[in-house]
Unconditional design. Structure first.
Ligand SMILES: [Zn+2]
Length: 291
């Protein structure tokens, strides 16, 4: 029923714990979980940035092998750290072309802790656009804070990137992205899961203005952006029904997936139509992932 636009897994048990608590989920565990949740398949995002999960460095080859081992269940994205042999005009387009020819459909989750407008990041975006890749990214509210590309409140650097690369489809994700569904009240909003009614912020404005922006609803951040104001969520899901994508961001066997129940509930109560549900649950992903 669902297609998951955002998941992580390692072949075999990860040696290092994730967040000091749980291990990464294996593909076998993930497929079992998907069968219970009604998720047909998922985009796998390699973890390659050193900030992301200390001790877990994946190869694009590992992700490709997993998609081959579980045919039909996974879609591979590649990932390249923008600092790897990169400068403002390094030929990353040729490297991404190799990945495209090998069967990868996108790039991400880009999680390097560099500003969006850093020349190395912009060069990576240009290479992704040239290869017609989808781009999944995580936003960090500050430099030297956690993982993710850095932007300021209001997302001006993302906006400039959307303007510079009109053919690159940006899949927005993370706390600092989804907090901007509403106006930012205090700096704390950008770090987590702000509550209370939505007064429209940068995300709906950018979705209206830039057709190359999409919303990846995975993780606690995507769910929270909707659940904090159910009435606004219904309007938001309907207005942007062609641009929003169901996702989980499962990393560990126990990662919660509250969005599954939330979307099913909105459908069964009639708050969102069957058409809107189907597009967000899987239709938009099918369209974006079609070659
Ligand atoms: Zn993720």
């Amino acid at each position: 029923m669902f297609i998951d636009i955002h998941a992580h897994t390692t072949r075999g048990r990860s040696i290092v714990e994730l967040n000091g608590r749980q291990y990464m989920t294996t593909p076998e565990e993930l497929v079992k979980r998907y069968d219970q949740l009604g998720i047909e398949k998922a985009v796998l995002l390699p973890l390659v940035n050193p900030e992301n999960t200390p001790g877990i460095y994946q190869s694009n080859e590992e992700i490709l092998q997993i998609t081959r081992d579980f045919a039909g269940r996974f879609v591979p994205f590649c990932n390249v750290d923008p600092r790897a042999r990169n400068h403002w005009q390094a030929p990353l387009n040729k490297i991404l072309d190799c990945y495209r020819q090998a069967g990868f459909l996108g790039l991400g989750e880009v999680s390097a802790n560099l500003p969006f407008l850093d020349a190395k990041v912009q060069n990576l975006f240009a290479a992704a656009e040239e290869n017609n890749f989808l781009l999944t990214f995580h936003i960090s509210p500050f430099l030297n804070y956690s993982y993710g590309l850095v932007d300021d409140s209001g997302l001006p650097q993302l906006e400039e990137s959307l303007r510079r690369f009109p053919k690159l489809r940006f899949l927005g994700h993370s706390q600092a992205f989804w907090a901007e569904i509403s106006t930012i009240r205090t700096v704390d909003d950008r770090f987590g899961y702000p509550t209370g009614p939505v007064t429209e912020g940068a995300v709906p404005r950018l979705l209206r203005q830039y057709p190359n922006l999409y919303g990846d609803l995975s993780a606690g951040s995507g769910y929270n952006a909707l659940a904090r104001d159910r009435e606004y969520a219904v309007k938001f899901l309907s207005e942007f029904q062609d641009r929003l994508l169901f996702g989980t961001d499962i990393c560990a066997p126990g990662t919660p997936t509250p969005l599954v129940d939330f979307l099913l509930e909105l459908r069964s109560s009639g708050e969102i139509s069957e058409v809107v549900f189907q597009k967000i649950a899987r239709g938009n992903a099918e369209r974006l992932l079609a070659r």
